[in-house]
Write a protein that binds this ligand. Structure first.
Ligand SMILES: Cc1cc2nc3c(=O)[nH]c(=O)nc-3n(C[C@H](O)[C@H](O)[C@H](O)COP(=O)(O)OP(=O)(O)OC[C@H]3O[C@@H](n4cnc5c(N)ncnc54)[C@H](O)[C@@H]3O)c2cc1C
Length: 283
């Protein structure tokens, strides 16, 4: 609901799914943050016999560039939440969103395409996608790229931002970038982008949106004893979704890192079966 825009996934479809769950007897507690309002241990104390963690990977990554904290620089999550969930596009929406003239979106995934197309719809005059590899490695779905191009988004491939430039009032005024070339494959198997010396150039911009991936939020793992995570902060599970803590199961982006809806749904179903078996065996 917060991220994928209405023009790609209408909220009514998501709402139908939610209503279906409610009809099956699922109770939904809104405004409850596990690890703050209540801990996993407190859920067990209340009498729950198993807990499933499907908390996603909503913590945005940044590049730690100089000037990244200037006004007008957003994570894609913040930008999309303000736009989609808090309806910044309409008068009287719950949050303001600055009307920019030129926006630079950094990244090449579906989230970058969504941020670019939302920026365009919000009336941004010129929208650039800056991606450090070539079109061949760009991870967004092909249709999303085609749609973005049709809508006039300009793709600056083999380019990488190195510094955000600001004005005296602390607002972004441009992004210094460098050209890149592809070198040897890295551990992911994709060609490593290498900076071309002396290729620096400045893109004038009054908005920058970082869409370079997200990680799982550390809140639940840091407030729950015995939950092992890997070096990326993802929960460690077996194939049935059992974590390293008895009675605690997990799945989706919190385990795999940012992935897809279908994989998260599959993981939920697998874990549901394992939870059912776990509770029956306990009894
Ligand atoms: C902009 C955007 C575009 C995308 N496009 C696509 C696409 O085209 N196709 C595709 O398949 N996938 C796409 N994805 C990815 C897809 O949305 C995710 O892979 C999927 O939603 C993961 O499901 P999940 O249930 O693991 O986590 P999420 O859907 O992220 O749900 C996690 C939920 O847990 C809540 N939560 C987090 N921490 C806590 C806590 N401590 N206590 C209580 N609640 C908590 C969060 O608020 C959130 O509501 C996109 C994602 C984004 C952001």
């Amino acid at each position: 609901m917060y991220g994928i825009p209405e023009f790609r996934l209408p909220k009514t479809i998501v709402q139908q799914e939610i209503e279906g769950l409610k009809e099956m007897g699922v109770e939904i507690e809104c405004n409850t943050v596990i690890g703050r309002s209540q801990t996993v241990d407190e859920l067990f104390e209340e009498g729950y016999e198993a807990v499933f963690i499907g908390s996603g990977a909503g913590l945005p990554n940044f590049m730690n560039l100089s000037g990244e904290n200037l006004k007008g620089v957003y994570s894609a999550n913040e930008f999309l939440t303000r736009c989609n969930l808090m309806k910044a596009y309409q008068k009287g929406g719950d949050t303001p969103l600055q009307r920019a003239k030129r926006a630079v979106i950094v990244g090449g995934g579906n989230v970058a395409m969504d941020a670019a197309r939302c920026a365009k719809r919000l009336g941004v005059g010129h929208v650039y996608i800056v991606y450090r590899r070539s079109m061949e490695e760009l991870p967004a779905r092909k249709e999303e790229v085609e749609h973005a191009m049709e809508e006039g988004i300009e793709f600056l491939l083999l380019r990488n931002p190195i510094r955000v430039l600001g004005n005296e009032e602390g607002w972004i005024r441009g992004v210094e970038c460098v050209e890149m070339e592809l070198g040897e494959p890295d551990e992911s198997g994709r060609c490593r982008p290498v900076e071309k010396n002396g290729s620096n150039f400045v893109l004038e911009a009054d908005c920058m949106i970082m869409a370079i991936g997200t990680s799982p939020n550390p809140l639940i793992r840091s407030t729950t004893e015995g939950l092992e995570t890997n070096r990326k902060g993802c929960l460690v599970c077996d194939e049935q979704g059992r974590t390293t803590r008895e009675g605690v199961f997990a799945g989706g982006d919190a385990v795999s890192g940012a992935a897809t809806v279908i994989l998260a749904m599959g993981a939920g179903k697998t874990a549901a079966k394992a939870i059912d078996e776990y509770i029956k065996n306990k009894q």
